[in-house]
Unconditional design. Sequence first.
Length: 260
Amino acid sequence: MYTRTTLQRTTNLIYGSLREAEMRLVLGLAYPRRAPRAKKRTTTSEPRDLKFQRPTTEKRQNFSPDIEDHPLGNHIKMVRYAAQEIPAAKSARSRGSYLRVSFKNTRETAQAINGMKLQRALTFLTNVTEKAEAVPMRRYAGSTGRCAQGKQWGVSKARWPVKSAQFLIDLLKNAEANADTKGLDTGNLVVKHIQVNQAPKGRRRTYRAHGRINPYMTNPCHIELILTEAEEQVAKAPVSKEVHLSSRQRGAQIRRAIQA
């Protein structure tokens, strides 16, 4: 259905075109001619000089173009992790984006397992789902009740974020499989880096009394973690305690050495 403004604009365009045609007929003016179309370019039998051509049927099976040879090679980038100093050859990585799980609860759960050995982290998260161990709520602890299981961490506020624990278990198992593929020792892996970032909020609406509508948001998150092999612990060599001498004591020691 057209509005009044749309109909008025259409009418003005029609009348404007008719008036222009009428004036051209009265004055004997002709419409400007269109420029002739360019002829189609005939294809030549010479092959086109392209750097990145589609391989033939015989070469398609073993065809793996180098990124540098690709026309868009400079714009192809790998996934970037926040921890840049950890070598990729000696680590296994896993990440999830736009995960439908609470950002705040997942952040607290991730910080609880940061630095743990892989098997201990999996055991801890399984205990959280069974409410045998609790996650300490340190930063996002608003309206969190006190829990006796928080004494293990030296805090009074703790909870059992079951959904966050399940998501982290899946990511840890994925990273463990990646480590096994790389040939790393899966029995000696440590959670070297884990990070949780906020994702764009999901927007829904809830209908209230008296015709009101309020937002009903979700708070998803991005998770990334890196596993590395634990460094070998070497005992510190015994160091003899050096005796500190004052300048007067050093002078006396030198005089005794000269007299002897």
